[in-house]
Write a protein that binds this ligand. Structure first.
Ligand code: ATP
Ligand code: MG
Length: 433
């Protein structure tokens, strides 16, 4: 057998213990926040039939054209894909389980997504998204609510300033008229189009507006603007959304070039952007996709949602406050093997019953070397169950961290084994007072 070292797949990262507290903080705060707006969690499989995404995202997007991890299941010949995003799967599940039967739903998800992209800072092949989908609400009230929820999230996470860009895509007929004029405009200036734009001209001309090529900027600036093609109802939706945002103190900028290239996106689109992450500055994208549920075979129902790029937000959190330092445990338990191990194990269990985090020394070594481990663990207390202590039905408690004032265990002290949990909880409480 080859002994060559194995490595993770390029663009797919391990989350190591040193970074875990940052992710745990992020996840706990996001879950609290979503709950506080009445959103319910949904978890769908990571693997779906490829058709979920080809129909649910569209054949002419970057994702479906070149970023999906798709393969044939060799056992039964099915075409499968690792999910590149979660909206299509959520809609698939909502239809399959008839979740809109009793009325609209507010749902959220969190988990890994897979896209075959060129790995760089903020862009990975396995990455994570948290998303929310408000299904069955025509808006614009829920559009505003989703945006307000995100503004609160950035505050709660302490990620610093993030700006909101907003646009309206109107409805399909409005976009078709705009598209006709747009294609005519780009055809008149065909010589100035780059290869990407020429390729998109007849498949997905809106995406040309989204180009990152600086040489194309003047041309794109002068192109017909979708916003001027919106009818009364679309305009009213957009106006009302803006009113609600202003009334709630949300600042935004309208970016007429913010687009999505697909026919089933409509009305509201938005992105949250930071300048502190280099080229990968968009931390969240969202908007309305009213036609999608019907396109995937469900009863027509409007929908609006967003997806957050978790790695990018975690990067901002790390920049703002660093990784939180966390001790391994509150209490480290030392013993001398034999009968003291059995007693130490019982003591550890009873302390866990009172809510303490307890690390029991594993294996046998001198008390001196165990004490070094106890110190390195970051624990507040060492609890020593030695032979002498056990004979007296006690353990010796020693405070490991220097503290000001009257600190109960500054001197090593004997505590009855059946009183340990309560005594240490009390001591910790006196600390936090
Ligand atoms: P981009 O233009 O950066 O490729 P996108 O339009 O493909 O973004 P969405 O599909 O809208 O992105 O996904 C929502 C968010 O997920 C993005 O704003 C970004 O924060 C994050 N994201 C997308 N792709 C990746 C990736 N490959 N690695 C890390 N985060 C990603
Ligand atoms: Mg992309």
């Amino acid at each position: 057998m080859s002994k060559q070292k194995l490595a993770a797949i390029r663009g797919m990262n391990d989350l190591l213990p040193a970074d875990a507290p940052l992710w745990e903080t992020f996840e706990a705060r996001v879950v609290d926040l979503l709950k506080s707006y009445g959103y319910q969690q949904i978890r769908t499989p990571i693997l779906e039939h490829t058709a979920v995404f080809t129909r649910g995202i569209g054949e002419v997007t970057d994702i479906v054209e070149k970023e999906m991890y798709s393969f044939t299941d060799t056992l039964n010949g099915e075409q499968l894909t690792l999910r590149p995003e979660n909206t299509a799967s959520v809609v698939r599940a909502v239809i399959e389980h008839n979740l809109l039967y009793d009325g609209p739903r507010r749902l959220w998800y969190m988990g890994p997504m897979f896209r075959h992209e060129r790995p760089q800072r903020g862009r990975y092949r396995q990455f994570h998204q948290v998303g929310a989908e408000a299904l069955g609400f025509p808006g614009p009230d829920v559009d505003a609510e989703l945006i307000l929820m995100l503004k609160r999230l950035w505050d709660v996470l302490g990620v610093g300033p993030v700006r909101l860009e907003l646009n309206s895509l109107g409805q399909l007929d409005e976009r078709l008229q705009h598209r006709k004029d747009l294609v005519a405009y780009f055809e008149r200036h065909h010589g100035q189009l780059d290869a990407d734009a020429r390729r998109r001209l007849h498949t997905n001309p809106l995406r040309i507006l989204d180009t990152k090529n600086p040489a194309m900027q003047p041309l794109v600036e002068g192109a017909p603007r979708l916003i001027e093609y919106l009818g009364d109802a679309s305009r009213a939706h957009f106006e009302r959304l803006q009113q609600l945002l202003r009334a709630n103190g949300v600042e935004y900028a309208i970016n007429p070039r913010l687009v999505r290239g697909l026919d089933y996106y409509n009305l509201t689109v938005f992105e949250w952007i930071t300048d502190r992450l280099g080229a990968q500055g968009t931390i969240c994208g969202g908007g309305r996709y009213d036609p999608l549920i019907e396109m995937l075979g469900g009863k027509p129902a409007p929908a609006c949602g967003f997806a957050i790029g978790v790695e990018r937000v975690i990067d901002l959190m790390r920049e703002a406050a660093g990784v939180p330092q966390r001790p391994l445990c509150d209490v480290y338990v030392l013993h001398q093997g034999g009968a003291t191990l059995a007693a130490a194990m019982r003591a550890a269990e009873s302390m866990r019953d009172t809510g303490l985090d307890v690390l029991l020394h594993a294996g046998e070594s001198s008390l001196k070397s165990q004490m070094k481990k106890a110190d390195a663990s970051g624990a507040e207390f060492a609890v020593i169950v030695g032979e002498a202590e056990l004979a007296a039905g006690t353990a010796a408690v020693k405070a490991l961290r220097a503290r000001d004032g009257a600190w109960p265990f500054a001197e090593q002290k004997a505590v009855a084994l059946d009183r340990l949990g309560d005594a240490l909880v009390e001591a910790l409480e006196s600390l936090s007072e």
